[in-house]
Design a protein around this ligand. Structure first.
Ligand SMILES: *Cc1c(COP(=O)(O)O)cnc(C)c1O
Length: 360
């Protein structure tokens, strides 16, 4: 059976009181009243029972395969409330396409992109009073798919659940656009080519925690990941893609398979090219960063991702060298880019690329 939004089951819990959004929103702590859920059962012919229902606890067997073998993928995007009251999602079709790419690699059944987009729009519409309107605020949308079969054995599961969860969020850096100190590590790697680094799959994030903990211990916020083979080429920064602004060029690592193809990265590339800049997707050695910092031709480095949008590298530590970047001065270019992309997201700047999907 082909399922569409016509088949959707609504179990709406009417609220007695008005929605009250906490004043200080910590990223990822507050959730709205409802979720979208859908189950996959191979024996029943695939995805079934798409439901919008009250958010409660999940019922899951302690033998659920996801808990043991990590067969799980997710996405992250945002809905923005504009000044005219309209609500827009930023490039949701890109996230759904990436969800299906992750699904393919992780032996998880794909979803119907149209159904999942409709489900997101429908859920956001229902929960629109949860969208904060303060500057830099938005509604974060988190789809997740995981294996539910109660079975102890390593094989692709036959039963899955998809949940779409909504979370009102404030700006990632409450103090505003803030440079972050970064530690380049060659003690840990995030992902290897032909592995799963280009998928948003749970294990990648579990594997990154020890390096993150080490960085924090040394007074840094995030890790700059280097490639797993040479321990030399830039890959990503924390859970963001990385860009480097040299005097006559902007470069970002090319997608080699171990790098997550960010939607923000893609959007930034498009904007930079339209600004007529010399943009290259290429290998960037950490040695090149050090050399060009020392000869004065490195201007800025910044991370890109849905959560923080653009995040300027304040200071970078690599071995015994500390490179001071937009911590003291500068960050002007990153800020300009931040203003451009958030301008489009919040409807302050014309959506010239048709990146926004509105809720009707
Ligand atoms: C999600 C993510 C990004 C950023 O992707 P966006 O689509 O721009 O949010 C970058 N790197 C990693 C490892 C990620 O998980």
């Amino acid at each position: 059976m082909v399922i569409t939004m016509e088949n959707i089951i609504y179990e709406i819990a009417e609220r007695e009181n008005l929605v009250e959004i906490p004043e200080k929103l910590i990223f990822g702590r507050t959730f709205t009243d409802h979720v979208f859920e859908m189950d996959y059962d191979e024996a029943l012919g695939g995805w079934h029972s798409p439901t919008i229902k009250k958010r409660t606890k999940l019922e899951l067997s302690p033998a659920a395969m996801v808990l043991h073998y990590g067969q799980s993928i997710f996405e992250g995007l945002k809905a923005y409330k504009h000044n005219d009251g309209r609500i827009a999602l930023f490039r949701p079709e890109k996230n759904i396409e990436r969800l299906n790419n992750s699904a393919e690699r992780m032996c998880i059944p794909k979803v119907d992109p149209k159904l999942v987009l409709d489900a997101m729009l429908e859920l956001v519409k229902l929960e629109q009073n949860w969208i904060p309107t303060l500057p830099g605020h938005a509604l974060y949308i988190r789809p997740v798919v995981f294996a539910t079969d109660p079975f102890l054995g390593v094989k692709p599961a036959s039963n899955f659940k998809l949940v779409i969860l909504l979370s009102p969020v404030g700006p990632y850096y409450p103090e505003g656009f803030k440079p972050v100190p970064i530690l380049a590590t060659d003690q840990y790697v995030r992902a290897v080519r032909k592995g799963v680094g280009d998928c948003k799959t749970a294990g990648n994030y579990a594997a990154s925690l020890a390096a993150q903990r080490e960085a924090i211990k040394q007074g840094y916020t995030q890790v700059l990941w280097l490639d797993a083979i040479h321990l030399k080429f830039l890959e990503e920064v924390g859970t963001m893609n990385i860009f480097v602004k040299f005097k006559n060029e902007i470069a970002t690592p090319n997608l080699t398979g171990s790098i997550l193809p960010g939607v923000t990265r893609l959007s930034v590339l498009q904007i930079l090219r339209d600004w007529g800049m010399n943009v290259n997707e290429r290998m960037i050695g950490i040695d090149e960063i050090v050399t060009r910092y020392e000869n004065g031709s490195l201007e800025e480095m910044f991370g890109t991702g849905t959560a923080a949008v653009i995040s300027c590298v304040g200071r970078l530590k690599y071995k015994d060298k500390i490179l001071k970047m937009c911590e003291d001065v500068g960050g002007d270019f990153s800020k300009k880019l931040y203003d451009e992309i958030t301008g489009i997201q919040y409807g302050r700047i014309e959506d010239r690329y048709n990146w926004l999907t509105y809720i009707d």
